[in-house]
Design a protein around this ligand. Structure first.
Ligand code: C2E
Ligand code: MG
Ligand code: MG
Length: 764
């Protein structure tokens, strides 16, 4: 505030009078400015106060002014100076003259009044200032809070930037920070997808349910649409009338003010951000817009970056794809095949496994291609590729080397015949015509097979072997497969032949059950017989079970065959029983029969069904049936195995463990199963008289089995010496050629009738 000067403190109640005038009694206490000649333009001669007038009621003004010195101050003199003069001269008022001209009067009171007024003003001002300061302080405070928020927002933005792809949660953090910063009630970020549709949204201030009901997001209609279409920001102070016209969907929460900013970079729009309704009800201002704009800009950089990375990734992927896959068929190419073959070889090397390579070449492709034209030729190759792939299991690889040459890699086969089976399957699958441009086209293929480690040890060698085998197949009239190793071919052929014949064996009654007696060592009585299957094939002659049971298992034929065995054995035992010769019959079960999957229509496991059916149909008492299972079967699928065994046991069927000692089960383990009999494998019995360790094993098994209350049957007893040892070891039951070979049922009947070893007639 400026220095207080006299000019500012003029006393208002000054009455101008002429010097010859006589003062009239005054109500208030005015001051009289006395002039000579004229009150307006005359010479100022002095001041007279009410007090002067009271002291000299008879004097005229000239008398009152004349007796005192004329003191005055200039208007620009300081009020302090005026007060000082008044003090010095004992005055309460001073005239204010400027170059002899009367300007006014200054009094103690007027100066005081002015001072008070000034003080009041100052007070007001400082109050105002304080208020302002308070506001400023508040502002600073909230800004610092906002800054902290914005710091957070920019941190989340940085986090967004650190990512090369924009994930939802990052966008979510971004919009949340942004709306917090601007105190907006709602906010959303919408990102355009590849096709330019606004599909990707994150919201804040809107509940998930609301998001749900907002439903299909606005498709860039109304004013909001302009933000994206024209890449411009939008600020609206009131859109209560019609939010739809702005571009909001029907179910968006009501709102009034809006700030929408495009997310764009170099003219490319990636989406938009919008914020609605500030908490304080104020519209969004320019600063807000700039802030959101800079956020959007940064976001656009991230999105731009992300898109670029995505493009690079895709290009890289497609380059990678091109480097490893055949463009026409989509099958792996030579490079990828090499990779996988090498892996398969080193795996097989470590595990002592086998790898199969099939070299496939379409027969007469050149002719087909010329007839169809190249385009349809390509279609054909694609379809052939599909057929080949359909014949493979997971883990196998079909590759195309180019032209009409394909390779199949079988990385893990347990038998060379596995490769033959796949080759056979492929040949068979190509027997059906291909639909090429609505024409039926027949193709065939020639296949050469090589096997690691039997043939070459590396991929190039294996390919060359398979290739030359393939040529061999072509020479043999095409549409067939050939192994590189000639012996493999003959065994493959045998295998195929076997399978073909086995399929018919059951229907054509080529199967028969033989029975081998099990004898009590002390009494020579037959305690049971083991049913052993025989296949008399008109084409192949007598086929041993060891040669066709595995094939029957593989092809699933074991299921009908197994059912037939059960029924036949039970019928036979029932017949003997009905003829007064009750003897228990032991039936061998294969793993496949045991672990057949139970389908939903079946209330029982299929094996239980088969056993119960056989017992029901024949009327054989269950305790005359014994089921032989190997240790291997026992150890697989422990839970279901245990369940089945318990059920069988409850039915009353006897259970025995076949070939005991060749597996890994311990006797104590066996205790957990409801087993009745152990059959010591013939390999131990074989050397019992010569190999002390075999003798020890048989002794141990016998002793422990007796402790576990299990019966023990020694298999494969062929000699007197073996028998003696077994007798010594207190093994009570024996089975083997020494007593009898497996015999047809009618011959067994004769033995049963004789009842006791040594029988007079020792069979075939
Ligand atoms: P396995 O169950 O251990 O049957 C005993 C095998 O030893 C029979 O061979 C039998 O003829 C043979 N054998 C008996 N006494 C002697 C002997 O003193 N010396 C020698 N060297 N061998 C003797 P087979 O009949 O050829 O059966 C072989 C295997 O085939 C059986 O072994 C069994 O695992 C399986 N098998 C046989 N018949 C069936 C059947 O009906 N169903 C199922 N699933 N498998 C069967
Ligand atoms: Mg057996
Ligand atoms: Mg056995």
């Amino acid at each position: 505030m400026d220095r207080l000067i006299v000019g500012d403190c003029l006393w208002r109640q000054v009455v101008r009078v002429l010097e010859e005038e006589r003062p009239a009694p005054a109500a208030a206490q005015p001051l009289f400015a006395v002039f000579r000649e004229s009150v307006d333009s005359g010479v100022f001669v002095g001041l007279a106060t009410a007090h002067d007038i009271m002291r000299h009621p008879d004097w005229i003004f000239a008398d009152l002014t004349g007796h005192r010195e004329l003191l005055s101050v200039a208007p620009d003199s300081s009020a302090r100076r005026a007060l000082k003069m008044m003090d010095q001269h004992g005055l309460d008022a001073l005239p204010v003259l400027e170059q002899q001209l009367f300007v006014g009067v200054v009094t103690r009171q007027s100066i005081l009044g002015m001072l008070l007024q000034r003080e009041h003003l100052l007070l007001m001002e400082s109050r105002e200032l304080k208020k302002m300061l308070d506001v400023k302080h508040q502002q600073i405070f909230s800004w610092s809070e906002k800054l902290a928020g914005s710091h957070e927002a920019s941190r989340s933005l940085l986090r967004v930037l650190a990512h090369t792809s924009v994930q939802n949660d990052l966008l979510q953090t971004g919009i949340e920070a942004l709306s917090k910063l601007l105190e907006a009630r709602y906010g959303a970020i919408g990102i355009l997808d590849e096709s330019g549709a606004l599909k990707h949204f994150v919201y804040t201030g809107v509940s998930p349910e609301q998001v749900q009901s907002i439903g299909p997001v606005p498709q860039g209609k109304g004013l909001l649409g302009v933000v994206i279409q024209e890449n411009v920001s939008l600020r609206l102070d009131d859109m209560t009338k019609d939010p739809l016209s702005v571009g909001f969907p029907l179910h968006h929460p009501p709102m009034k003010t809006l700030l929408a900013v495009p997310i764009s970079h170099h003219g490319r729009v990636y989406g938009r951000i919008y914020l609605c309704d500030k908490e304080d009800g104020e519209p969004f201002n320019k600063n807000d817009e700039e802030l959101v704009f800079s956020f959007a800009h940064s976001l656009s950089l991230v999105l731009d970056n992300a898109r670029e990375m995505e493009e690079i990734k895709q290009t890289r992927q497609s380059m990678d794809y091109m480097a490893h896959f055949d463009a026409l068929t989509g099958l792996p190419n030579r490079t990828l095949l090499k990779d996988r073959t090498e892996q398969a070889i080193s795996h097989a090397q470590r595990n002592g496994g086998m790898v199969g390579i099939l070299f496939l070449d379409l027969d007469n492709f050149k002719m087909v291609n010329d007839t169809l034209g190249h385009t349809l030729g390509d279609v054909l190759l694609k379809k052939v590729a599909d057929r080949i792939s359909d014949c493979l299991r997971d883990g196998d690889t079909a590759a195309r080397l180019g032209g009409d040459e394909f390779i199949v890699l079988l990385p893990d086969i347990s038998d060379t015949q596995d490769a033959a089976k796949v080759a056979g399957k492929i040949l068979e699958s190509l027997m059906l015509p291909l639909d090429i441009d609505r024409h039926e086209v027949f193709v065939s293929i020639s296949i050469g097979i090589s096997i690691y480690p039997d043939n070459s040890k590396d991929m190039d060698g294996l390919l060359a072997d398979a290739d030359s085998a393939m040529y061999h197949a072509k020479k043999l009239g095409k549409n067939n497969y050939q192994f590189f190793t000639p012996e493999m071919n003959s065994s493959a052929q045998d295998y195929m032949k076997l399978e073909k014949h086995l399929r018919r064996a059951l229907e054509q009654n080529e199967l028969e059950l033989y029975y081998q007696p099990q004898v009590d060592i002390e009494t020579g009585l037959i305690i049971g017989v083991e049913a052993l299957i025989r296949w008399f094939s008109p084409e192949l002659g007598l086929v041993a079970p060891a040669d066709f049971i595995p094939l029957a298992e593989e092809t699933g034929l074991i299921v009908p065959i197994g059912d037939w065995i059960l029924k036949t054995a039970c019928t036979q035992a029932r017949f003997w029983q009905q003829n007064g010769l009750p003897v228990r019959v032991a039936v061998n079960l294969s793993g496949r029969q045991f672990h057949r999957a139970q389908n939903q229509q079946q209330s029982r496991h299929p094996l239980l069904d088969a056993v119960l059916d056989a017992l029901d149909e024949t009327g054989l008492p269950p305790d005359l049936l014994e089921l032989e299972i190997t240790e291997g079967i026992l150890m697989q699928h422990l839970d279901t195995t245990m369940e089945i065994l318990n059920t069988l046991k409850n039915i009353g069927v006897r259970l025995s463990v076949d070939d005991f000692g060749t597996g890994y089960s311990s006797l104590s383990y066996l205790k957990r199963f409801p087993i009745d009999t152990l059959k010591i494998d013939k390999s131990f019995v074989n050397d019992i008289s010569t190999d002390p360790s075999d003798k020890a094993i048989v002794a141990a098994i016998t002793v422990m089995a007796q402790q576990l209350k299990l019966e023990v049957v020694a298999e494969g007893v062929e000699t007197e010496a073996q028998l003696e040892f077994l007798r010594e070891l207190r093994c009570h039951y024996v089975q083997g050629y020494y007593f009898s070979k497996p015999l047809p049922a009618d011959e067994v009947l004769l033995l049963l009738q004789q009842g006791k070893y040594p029988w007079q007639w020792a069979g075939r």
